[in-house]
Design a protein around this ligand. Sequence first.
Ligand code: ATP
Length: 189
Amino acid sequence: MKKIGIFGGTFDPIHHGHLILARDALEMLDLETVIFIPAAASPHKLDQQLTAPDVRLEMLRAAIESEPGFGLDPMELRRTSPSYAVDTIEALRRREPDAELFHLIGEDNVDRLGTWHRFAELSEMVQFVVLARSKVKTEYPYRTIRRHLDISATNIRNRVAMGHSIRYLVPPPVENIIRDRQLYREPQK
Ligand code: ATP
């Protein structure tokens, strides 16, 4: 059976943390592909000012273009926000009725998972896979990928605003887009 990984997030910007963990998922779960699905606005981050969808998409495209195991689906950007995971998964299910779906989620989402829109239906349609972030080894009722990469988009945005280098934190083409489009120059509120 075809196995597909789904990786949602704001990806503002996509960074090597995301990419390394997606590669791990590909190998550990024997997935055919990991599809990156950028969110229009996260239902959990409604107070955050996001970079324009087209620009986040441009950075994602640039970051994954040399990796045949990765794909990109902008469906959530075309929907009215906030976008819910369950709607996305239903759309993927219709497209791939026989595939096994693995939903990659950051550890910071696990506690609130039960409050996600139509969680019961969502959990029938996917297997959740947790991307561990903290050093504390918490046990989850889900498969977990432990790599402990201390890289976050927040830190990258802050570094740019302070004039610090983001080299090695994001792929070079993403670094170029951030520089050329003068993203993240303003300190975060
Ligand atoms: P921000 O700092 O803006 O909150 P982020 O770096 O967490 O962003 P998202 O776009 O929110 O990036 O990431 C998508 C998903 O990947 C989220 O579920 C997030 O928890 C997870 N994630 C991002 N970076 C890591 C990391 N270094 N280790 C584990 N999970 C991560």
